[in-house]
Ligand binder design. Structure first.
Ligand SMILES: Cc1cc2nc3c(=O)[nH]c(=O)nc-3n(C[C@H](O)[C@H](O)[C@H](O)COP(=O)(O)OP(=O)(O)OC[C@H]3O[C@@H](n4cnc5c(N)ncnc54)[C@H](O)[C@@H]3O)c2cc1C
Length: 399
């Protein structure tokens, strides 16, 4: 059987694509080796071992994940050292008021551009949307530190924003671009919620289209894509949406360059934290510390995020019992300004967080792939069947 579209990857990008195609009554198959990808939610313990929160503005990703508990900004503590620390409501914050105002003005300007950019990305590629907005395009190749310096909020960045951004990305402002930095920093100015992901509801929703398999190779022959799964099954499609992490997409398509990924190790512990860290639900640290954050969970246990695999947890705990450690060797694609084309070849769409961090950009890229396929079938209704493409194309191996 030849499918109109096969989506490879069931993270938020692939699922968002699937949802859009399903709503448009399109023929598709979703092949994935797990559901959720970097969303790894334990419904039993109500704990996220991967993506942790969603912002109020996550309109698209919000269709597939639900809002859990509101993260109270007054329950967050920013640490410079085990001695120097401050919460948001503090005399220290008042001292930073002029810089805070400058940060707020910069964010307001960013937010206006970014909201329009995201809207455009639903119907055009990120590259085209950037061409329409040079402000956003410049941020993609500008180091976050340069932006901070230009807008003159370095002290506020050091005290608050960069710690929040480090907790979200695993890298400091010296390593991240301004677009990613500002995108995640939006979480300082708007309500954020713990996320929940109901795997059962999602798998029921795509019951008829969902296949569990790992795609090893992609070839193109006579206008059809031929995909080989680890199970030994071969799948055929007119269009493919590759919604795998960038490192997998790179291998599947033999792409030369992608952005580099950071590592994050999530330690789940029963612990007694040191006194300095006990009072607050979230403790955030500067990028000079390998420990990025500690987060108290509803059942009293803690998640401790670190960028190092062998982390000495006694730096923040008086005593602890390690329950599990979830390693994310390729957590987020944050290094460099290489841009992955979303439509690299006829019938191939790439979705995911390769060019923009987080659940919402990944979700939007999946919707864009779906919209492109839906539009194509409206323009050319004959292409929407399950027949092979009319043009005989030479055999191309993507592996
Ligand atoms: C520890 C951590 C915390 C994070 N916290 C947040 C947060 O709080 N908020 C936020 O917005 N973002 C957060 N992120 C980032 C966010 O998780 C990602 O940006 C987003 O999940 C990427 O979605 P995706 O669909 O592009 O990729 P993925 O979620 O990685 O999905 C890819 C899918 O492809 C499948 N796959 C891979 N290879 C194959 C193959 N060969 N064949 C078939 N299927 C395959 C995988 O199983 C997976 O289902 C966090 C990430 C990590 C690691």
């Amino acid at each position: 059987m030849i499918h109109k579209t096969i989506i490879i990857g069931g993270g938020i990008a692939g699922l968002s694509c699937a949802l859009k195609l399903q709503e448009a009554n399109e023929n598709f198959l979703l092949i994935t080796d797990n559901l959720g990808g970097r969303i790894k939610y334990s419904a039993k313990d109500k704990i996220n071992f991967g993506a942790y929160f969603i912002m109020k503005s996550y309109k698209n990703a919000g269709k597939l994940v639900s809002k859990g508990k509101l993260i109270n900004p007054l329950d967050v503590c920013f640490h410079n050292s085990s001695i120097e620390k401050f919460s948001l409501l503090n005399v220290h914050t008042l001292k930073r008021l002029p810089e805070l105002i400058r940060f707020y003005v910069a964010m307001r300007q960013f937010s206006l551009h970014y909201e329009q950019f995201k809207q455009r990305c639903l119907i055009m590629s990120q590259k085209e949307a950037m061409q329409l907005d040079p402000y956003i395009k410049t941020l993609y190749s500008k180091p976050a530190n340069d932006f901070i310096k230009e807008k003159r909020f370095k002290k506020v960045a050091d005290d608050y924003i960069s710690k929040f951004s480090y907790a979200c990305t695993g890298v400091g402002p010296e390593q991240i671009n301004a677009l990613d930095f500002l995108n995640v920093s939006m979480g300082i100015l708007q309500p954020i919620y713990n996320l929940t992901f109901d795997e059962k509801i999602i798998s029921d929703r795509f019951r008829d289209q969902l296949i569990t398999d790992t795609i090893n190779t992609i070839e193109k022959e006579d206008g059809q894509f031929i995909l080989s799964g680890a199970s030994g099954t071969t799948y055929k499609a007119i269009n493919i949406v590759i919604a795998t992490p960038a490192s997998v997409t790179k291998n599947l398509l033999k792409k030369e360059h992608i952005r580099g990924a950071c590592k994050i190790y999530v330690y789940h512990v029963e612990a007694e934290l040191k006194k300095a860290y006990r009072r607050f639900t979230l403790n955030l640290f500067p990028s000079s510390s390998e420990i990025m954050l500690t987060a108290k969970q509803a059942n009293g246990s803690y998640l401790i995020y670190s960028r190092e695999k062998e982390t000495d947890l006694s730096k923040v705990c008086v005593k602890f019992n390690l329950i599990t450690m979830v390693p994310w060797e390729k957590a987020m694609y944050v290094f460099g300004d290489i841009f992955l084309e979303q439509e690299p070849d006829e019938g191939i769409y790439i979705a995911g967080d390769h060019n923009g961090l987080g659940l919402e950009p990944a979700s939007i890229s999946g919707i864009f792939a779906a919209n492109s396929i839906i539009n194509l079938s409206r323009l050319n209704p004959l292409s929407s069947g399950t027949e092979p493409g009319s043009r005989a194309l030479p055999r191309v191996s993507y592996h």
